[in-house]
Structure formats: C-alpha cells, structure tokens
Write a protein of this length. Structure first.
Ligand SMILES: Nc1ncnc2c1ncn2[C@@H]1O[C@H](COP(=O)(O)OP(=O)(O)OP(=O)(O)O)[C@@H](O)[C@H]1O
Length: 361
C-alpha cells in the first residue's frame, strides 16, 4: 500500500540569527484535513518556522514540500504568492479603503455571482453578515479579526498557516470562532499548521501537537499522548503545574516519604525526580496523627499542613507544607474543598500518574 502524501512536509529546517539557532532541525508533516499545533513558549522559534513555510523568510538549510513537490530548499524557491498557502497571522491587516465584502473577496477569482456567494457564506459563518458593506474602521478589533479570518478562508487554501489567530478575541467569542474555523478548514480538507503558546488551545484544536523548545521539536504526537506521556519534566510542566519529589536510585528503587518507586532505566546512585500533577495527588484525613494505610496503587501517605486553599471555579487548589522536608505540594480537588490553613491532612501519590525523570546536569 502506498503511503499517503502529506499536504505539507518540512525537512530539517534550520534558521540562525546572530549565530544562534532559532529553528534547529525542525521536521514535520501535516496531512490534508489535519491540524498540527506548533506549541511552545515565547521566542522558541514557532513564528520563524511559519514565516519560512509561507516564504516570507528564507531558511539557512532544509526543505519545504507541498503535495509531494519541492517548494523551497537552499537553491530552489517558489515565491510566496505561488505557494497557495493561506495565512492568518496575529498582525492581520485589512485593506482600509475596501468594504468588508471586498476585503473577503480580495483573493477570489471566478465569476461575480460565485464570488458573491462565497463572500456571503463566509461572513455568515463568522457571524458578520450584517457588515457586508461596512468598512474596517467601523468594526471592533475582534470583528476585524473575524473578517481577516473569512478572507484567509475564502480561496479554500490547501494549507493554512495560523499564528495565534484567536488571541485578540474575548473568551466568550473565541471558542465559537475557533470551532467554526476548524470546521470550515476540515470541510475543505485544508492542512493546518497553527502556532500557539497556549496548551489549552493546542489541546482543543490539534490532531497533533509538536512541542517546541529552544528551536527544536522536543515531542510530537496526539494531544492525549503528549499530555500523558511527557518526554521530560519541562514538557509536562508546560501543560499544567507539577509537583516534584527528588530521590536517589538505590538497587533500582527510589526511597521517598511517599514510599518506594521503581526506577526503570535510571542509573544506580543517580538523582531522579518523581513528577506528579496536582490533580493526581490524593488527600485523606488525619486519624489522631495517623494517615490511611499504604496501598499498591497510591503508596505510603505523607503528612502535610494546609497553607492555603482557593476555589478556582470547577476545582479547589490546596497548598500543603510537608512535614518531612518543609516543601510545598499542590493538590487540586474537584468542586469545593477548602480546608482551613493549619489543618493536617495526608497526601498520597497516584502511582499510575507519576513520572520519573533523571535530574539533568
Ligand atoms: N529578524 C530577526 N532578527 C534577529 N532575531 C530574530 C529575528 N526574528 C526572530 N528573532 C529571534 O528568534 C527567536 C525566535 O523568534 P520567533 O518569533 O520565531 O519565536 P516565537 O516562538 O514565535 O515567539 P512568540 O510566541 O513570542 O512570537 C527569538 O529569540 C527572536 O528574538
């Protein structure tokens, strides 16, 4: 069976500024109708990657392929306007002297009636039909952004590059517009590469997440896998707060106040971190100075004293000062759980949800 050809493929893309690799050997593929999110902190090289694919910036080395054809390497280069790539960048610019309808229809060819139908269809989908004849300055920032989105979607690009396209929208609007945009892009079988620094946005939108750090992709996969099988502590901490418990490997085991942990693959005598998200810490009551009995699933309980408890909406966040070393651990509990500061409680770690990483350096 033939392997399907990716709509977009980049191979070993490199870009240096002032001798520093800001994009370092980045490779990825996006299939038609799929959304890949380049996710990473500010300055990690996401936008530079997108700009090279768009053709507005040249790579130092590496290749860009569209539908199995080379579009750009260090010798050959298809100009941006002939790449048939749609762009939706943070700093979108509408043409101020054109009406909303003409802005949306700007990149459209074909007969007038078909153009008009497409313009009306898109404005309807982004909820702006009533502004057909308005001018950009008559619209709010968020409305202008939705017009820019309609304009980018109108020519049915085979590839859409999006750089934080929803960041200017208020929360109430954002989810709806995001879902609607995705639906349109999927209907058109467009391959989408979306840049964001927000893990929630990536989890919500992506078929695949490429987690970027210091110019490199450090992990790539379905959102579920990237979240639940992080490659290291930083990858894990990018998605949520984490608790870290340190220990040393002795005879393939790590001894901690929460009991012993198996340490497969870690060197004897090396220092390791056991990392756990706040939602995977279990809380139990104090029974006259004793905690619950140890279990194979949750190990040994360790006692902590509540330092602070806050209600966060759908969950409560409780911070504990641990008896054994004075460290602070965070636990989240669904709904309302607000023990008073000073109260002693027992914490246990869900063994199936903790990760063990070697301490670097
Ligand atoms: N034209 C340039 N000249 C010199 N350095 C640059 C240039 N463009 C980007 N950089 C640097 O390259 C690095 C990566 O920038 P890039 O904009 O790709 O990051 P990013 O991950 O998209 O960040 P953000 O989310 O803040 O936009 C940054 O350190 C930035 O300062």
């Amino acid at each position: 069976m033939q392997t399907p050809i990716p709509r977009l493929e980049i191979k070993n893309l490199m870009r240096r500024y002032d001798g520093r690799h800001v994009v370092n050997n980045v490779s990825l593929r996006v299939m038609p109708g799929h959304v890949t999110c380049l996710l990473g902190p500010s300055g990690c090289g996401k936008s530079t990657t997108l700009r090279m694919i768009a053709g507005v910036e040249m790579q130092d080395s590496g290749e860009i392929w569209v539908d199995g054809s080379l579009v750009c390497d260090t010798v050959y280069r298809v100009p941006p306007e002939r790449r048939h790539i749609g762009l939706m960048f943070q700093d979108f610019a509408l043409f101020p002297h054109l009406s909303v309808a003409r802005n949306v229809g700007f990149g459209l060819s074909g007969d007038k009636a078909a153009k008009q139908r497409r313009i009306e269809e898109l404005l309807d989908r982004v909820g702006l039909s009533r502004y057909l004849n308005a001018y950009p300055h008559e619209l709010s920032g968020g409305e202008q952004q939705r017009v820019a989105l309609a304009r980018a979607l109108a020519p049915r690009p085979g590839i859409m590059l999006m750089d934080e396209p929803f960041s200017g929208l208020d929360n109430r609007l954002r989810d709806g517009i995001r879902d609607e945009t995705l639906e349109i892009l999927r209907e058109q079988d467009t391959a989408v590469l979306l840049v964001t620094h927000e893990p929630e946005e990536a989890m919500r939108m992506a078929d695949e997440i490429a987690l970027m750090r210091d110019g490199r992709i450090v992990q790539q996969g379905a959102p579920y896998n990237v979240y639940n099988a992080p490659v290291d502590r930083s990858a894990m901490a990018f998605f949520s707060e984490v608790n870290v418990i340190r220990g040393r490997v002795r005879g393939s085991l790590v001894d901690t106040p929460f009991g012993q942990f198996l340490s497969p693959g870690a060197y004897e005598g090396s220092e390791v971190e056991i990392v756990i998200r706040p939602q995977h810490i279990k809380i139990d009551f104090d029974r006259h100075g004793r905690g619950p009995n140890p279990t194979p699933q949750d190990g040994t309980p360790a006692r902590g004293v509540v330092e602070r408890a806050r209600f966060m909406g759908s969950e409560s966040l409780v911070e504990f000062r641990m008896d054994h070393d004075g460290s602070l651990l965070k636990a989240t509990v669904p709904n309302v759980f607000l023990p008073r500061p000073g109260k002693a409680l027992w914490l246990m770690i869900r063994r199936d949800r903790c990760f063990l990483f070697p301490v670097k350096g």
